[in-house]
Write a protein that binds this ligand. Sequence first.
Ligand code: GTP
Ligand code: MG
Length: 139
Amino acid sequence: IEQTFSIIKPNAMKKNAIGDIISMFEANGLKIAAAKVTILSKSKAEEFYAEHKERPFFGELVSFMTSGPVTIMCLQGENAVAKNREIMGATDPKKAAVGTVRAKFGDNVGENAVHGSDSTASAARELALFFEKHEICNV
Ligand code: GTP
Ligand code: MG
């Protein structure tokens, strides 16, 4: 069974969409193995998005991700990484398939409602960045 890392971003938190988004994960066979509402520090957000350091939108991305509370989660299920990416939809909400989280709750390519790890290796790195091992349950 696979685990992946998910963030409900500040714009979706402002829409009171935690329940709706988690319902979409659960309806598609993913289980919540860990969850926490928190505010990311600037240094944590920079470390998390280190691969995008040289991109022109890096500063904007970090300031958005630290602008308010987020929900960080571990999702568990068969093919959790790919399944979560499918439920999320394309990075740009305008290009995201109808019925996906980003189509429903994304505002633009930056404020796109959710994050999901893009590989099992990323998932392991990202989960370790935000959760202690004992905080993740085998659900
Ligand atoms: P994540 O699941 O968040 O990693 O999204 P992704 O894998 O679909 O996209 P990518 O890793 O390429 O980009 C990471 C994040 O950077 C995106 O989710 C956006 O929030 C943000 N981002 C990507 N492109 C742009 C852009 O052109 N402008 C802004 N402001 N943000 C962007
Ligand atoms: Mg990515």
